[in-house]
Design a protein around this ligand. Structure first.
Ligand code: HEC
Length: 108
């Protein structure tokens, strides 16, 4: 009887561990995306715009593939990629601009 109880406890613990692990993978994805601070503000991007851009990027750009980190591409590359990819979403052109500001850290 005692052993059965222990086996049950182990099974539950293992199950929980698997679930926690699975959830972690999502958070790892977004935690590698910089959170804008005042240091990222440029003459073309306010803190508010960068924060909105990050939210839009996370909500619209990770449906079909993993979220690429902003550091993965140059400003020039993002300027080609973002408008191209935005066509696959229902982002407005103003929202697309915010995503571009976020991934280029206000340097587009
Ligand atoms: C409907 C699905 C879909 C959505 C939504 C989507 N993508 Fe993509 N993305 C793709 C596919 C398919 C590819 C690979 C083929 C290609 O380059 O078209 C890709 C490739 C990419 C690449 C790699 C390009 C390269 O040349 O290395 C980047 C970066 C990217 N997407 C960014 C984004 C961004 C930013 C958004 C949000 C605005 C977004 N994606 C939304 C389907 C999508």
């Amino acid at each position: 009887m005692k052993t059965t109880k222990w086996n049950f406890a182990w099974a539950i613990s293992f199950g929980l561990l698997v679930v926690i692990q699975a959830c972690n993978q999502d958070t790892v994805n977004t935690s590698s995306l910089y959170v804008p601070t005042n240091d990222d503000v440029t003459s073309t991007a306010t803190l508010d715009e960068l924060q909105q851009g990050r939210d839009l990027y996370i909500n619209y750009c990770g449906d079909c593939h993993k979220l690429y980190t902003p550091e993965s591409y140059s400003v020039a590359q993002w300027q080609n990629i973002v408008p191209d990819m935005a066509r696959k979403t229902n982002l407005t052109s103003a929202e697309t601009e915010l995503v571009l500001k976020y991934v280029t850290k206000g340097n587009s």
